[in-house]
Each structure stands twice: as C-alpha cells, then as structure tokens.
Ligand binder design. Sequence first.
Ligand SMILES: [Zn+2]
Ligand SMILES: [Zn+2]
Length: 339
Amino acid sequence: MRAVILQEPGRIVHAEVEDPKPGPGDLVVRVRAATTCGTDLKAFLRGHPAIPMPGVFGHEYAGEVVEAGEGAPFAPGQEIMGVHSAPCRRCRWCLDGQENLCESLMSTKVLGSFAELLLVPARIARLNVFPKPPGLPFAVVSLLEPLSCVAQGLQELAKCGFPGRDPSSRSVAVVGPGAIGLMFVAVLRLLGVGRVVLAGRNAARLSVGEALGAESVLLEDLRPLDGVGFDAVIECVGLPEVWERSLQWVRRGGWLMLFGGCPTGSKACFDTKRLHYDQITLLSPFHFGTAAVATAREWLIEGRLGLERLLSGAARLEEAAAVFDRLRQGIGIKYVFQP
Ligand SMILES: [Zn+2]
Ligand SMILES: [Zn+2]
C-alpha cells in the first residue's frame, strides 16, 4: 500500500510499504478520510515522543473495514469512525473513573492514517470504534478524536460546576483559534453558552470562529469582560506565556482551563494572590475516556456543530509535503487526506 512517511522533522516522503495484517480482534480499515492534527504538525516540526521516525503517522481517520481479525466486532464492508486509543479498564485510574489517564493508554494505539490502509488494534476496535452514520461525510467523522478531547475538557469543567444550570448567562473566552479552540466555540454555542469570545491572531481562523457563533478579538485586545472578567477562560494555544496571561481574563470565582499542551520541560508561573483570594478554579485536562468519546459521537450524529468549516481542503497522499508546508505557515486549519 501507499503511505506518507515522516522521515525526520521537516521531511516527508510518500512510499510503498507493507499492507497491515490483522491479529485476533483487529481491524484493517481502508482510509476514506484522515484529518491533519496539531500533534501531526508538532511531530513534523520538532518530532514527537510517541511518533517514531522514520515511520507512518496520522491518527485521525474514518473508513471502511476491509479485513477483520477473528472475533473482531466489525465485518468487512462496514463503514466506521473511531479514535486512536482506548483505556484498559483494569488499572487504578480506569477503575477510579479517570480512563483518560489509563496507565497503558498509549501502549496500543492507531498510528498511520495517512495511508491507504490502517490497522486498528483489538482493544480500540472493541471500545472506541463505531459504525459511521450513513448521512455523515467521512471527513467530518474523522474529527471524532479531537472532538473527544473537547468533550473531556467540558466534562472536567462540569465536575467543577461550569457552566451550571443556566449556560445562557455564562461568558467564555476561548484563547487560540486553532482547530481545538474552534471546536470549543462550536460546542459551547451548542450547549447554549450565552457569550463566547474567541481571541487570536490569525484573521482567517477568527472569521471561522465568528461563523461558528463567537465574537472575535485580536489576542492583544482581549480584556476582562465588563472590567470584571469572563466566567471561564479556555486556553488552546499551548505556550507557557499564554497560560500565564490567561489568568488575567478570568473573573473572581471563575474557571481557567489550560487546555493547550506546552513543550516538554516548560514552566509557567502564576500570581498566588489571584489564584487563592480570587478563588480561581484551575484545571488542565488531558486526552479522553470512553464517556467523552460517546458524547463527541452524539454531537457528530446530531450534526449541528458546523465542523465542516474547519476543513481546509482535500489532498492526496502525494501532496503531504505541500500540506504540511501550508500548515507550518498557518494557512488552513485541518486538511483531509483522501487516499
Ligand atoms: Zn488529533
Ligand atoms: Zn487503564
């Protein structure tokens, strides 16, 4: 089969590799859509501990089952959507309701969706793969994984009391208009949050945010709402200096969710008086459990999020180097490989 190979940071080739073979319970999927993700761009720019090089990459996908290992829950011909990981449901974190922190979360994963065929390991096929509803485009359901991250974040916020009984009275600043920030905008509006302000620097992405229901503002011009602050601030940039700045936009008693993952080894510094005397609830959720995937799947099936606005165009595998070059320059949001 043909696949996109990340040779080393900054260098992508397109090559012929061996077809994947399913073991018991595994699926081999013909990829019909595979969306690019911030993690893929990070791997392309500076490498990534979970993405060995040279090697295949891409982890968002949707497609059609072409081969099923013994006992697999799907049969050849079925159209599916799924995510790239699944919890073990046996470790102390899983048993304690923190599947997103499962100790073996990444020991088995889907990697290599920028290819004609993709192996989905048994554990994932069993817990986190679902039939694709016939009316939904492959490219949109390929967004199940990032949308599950967003669902997890909002579940963690809900545990801490946000948005509470009357979402329409709530205000949120989403900092960073990348794909995740834009998904937060779409979902917050779907949940009825009254005021969503999206802050960033990329004008094209900010205008997508407006189409999804946000007011938009340049990051430099973001101020605490009404001089008091937003009920919640969601940081989706992943830079320590933006983590630090985000605290200033939250109201007393509000919620600050630091969602963007910062470079390994980086540190952030916060005003203890603000955190303590203004009683800011600080959270920084990671990844997702099966409940978040189920929620994200429901949102996709409802079909009211408008996430097709995040798709910046379709590409063939041969065009991968050009696609990542565009992403590096901040052109487009998510591209879709249609092998
Ligand atoms: Zn992703
Ligand atoms: Zn576990």
